[in-house]
Write a protein that binds this ligand. Structure first.
Ligand SMILES: NC(=O)c1ccc[n+]([C@@H]2O[C@H](COP(=O)([O-])OP(=O)(O)OC[C@H]3O[C@@H](n4cnc5c(N)ncnc54)[C@H](OP(=O)(O)O)[C@@H]3O)[C@@H](O)[C@H]2O)c1
Length: 276
């Protein structure tokens, strides 16, 4: 087998796919702006060299419409590639669950489906690691989760489960042509999350329900572009409108074990010192 190419490889899911491939002795190559061979979704002059010699790829696309369009362009011109596992989002293209904010991800899924690649598409729920490895970590540290999720719930998934499913999908041809929805085992509102994090950290953590407008204003103030801030607001609107309140069974189907619960994840993560 040639090296597996891990696009956006230093991210939350790419790192975990890499660790799982390491454990199995499968060769891989990371590709991002900071790898030895730099790869940038927005700089097409970096694409050919990144693809050279790769027949299998894991693709974690950028967030936001422009980045998703770039990822679609990349896939459509990816000569030499034979097998692709795409990270998408839960609800994308699902009748009754779809939302306009998913248009970019759906367009990318459709580009992938229209190629003659052997593809697998994995649609995860929101990652618990958003609270430990991404921007929500700072909310936990500040004792206030300030987002616009209303009283809606989501079946948050441990990103280690995402990495395990992605790795199985990359290595097992029986998942070719499949779209797999995966989530954690329980729907939790932001108030539930704040309570779980309070219990795990031993420090008070509150949920502050922002209006969508106030949420965007805070995100822009924190340095996001207007486009990305609007995209984050619209993603939270899916939760706010109670459209994520369901559990998906993909982890159990693929891995033969249940997904990890948020409570278990939060307690272990707290003991690792990530929240001080
Ligand atoms: N977070 C969630 O709850 C959730 C849930 C479902 C689906 N998703 C999807 O997951 C995807 C993100 O995956 P992830 O969480 O694994 O990634 P991530 O943690 O956001 O990391 C992305 C990685 O991509 C690289 N990167 C950033 N900008 C780049 C660019 N312009 N060109 C090339 N590489 C770039 C970065 O490394 P360098 O700095 O080295 O470039 C970074 O390590 C998104 O499509 C999102 O919609 C997320």
């Amino acid at each position: 087998m040639n090296e597996i190419l891990i696009l956006s490889g230093k991210g939350k899911t790419g790192r975990r796919v890499a660790a799982q491939l390491d454990a199995r002795g499968v060769p891989y190559r990371l590709a991002s702006r900071s790898t030895a061979q730099p790869f940038d979704w927005y700089d097409e002059s970096t694409w050919d060299a990144t693809l050279a010699g790769a027949d299998t790829a894991y693709l974690a696309p950028p967030v936001g419409p422009t980045g998703l369009t770039q990822a679609g362009k990349f896939v459509a011109q990816a000569r030499g590639l034979r097998r692709l596992v795409l990270l998408s989002g839960r609800g994308v293209g699902s009748p009754g669950r779809d939302f306009a904010v998913y248009d970019g991800q759906l367009a990318l899924e459709n580009v992938v489906r229209a190629t003659d690649l052997d593809w697998t598409i994995v649609q995860p729920a929101w990652f618990a690691q958003g609270f430990s490895e991404d921007f929500l970590r700072y909310h936990v540290l500040a004792g206030q989760i300030r987002v616009s999720a209303g009283d809606g719930g989501e079946a948050w998934i441990d990103t280690n489960d995402v990495g395990d499913v992605m790795t199985t999908a990359l290595l097992d041809a029986s998942y070719i042509g499949r779209t797999l929805a995966i989530s954690g085992p329980r729907v939790l509102t932001m108030t539930d999350i704040a309570d779980e994090l309070t219990a795990a950290t031993g420090r008070p953590i509150a949920y502050v329900d922002l209006s969508p407008q106030a949420h965007v204003a805070e995100l822009v103030e924190q340095g996001l572009t207007q486009e990305d801030a609007d995209a984050v607001r619209d993603l939270f609107a899916v939760i706010r409108h109670h459209r994520s309140e369901y559990v998906s069974t993909g982890v159990e189907e693929v891995l033969g074990r249940p997904p990890r619960d948020f409570d278990d994840w939060a307690r272990e993560t707290a003991s690792n010192g990530v929240w001080g």
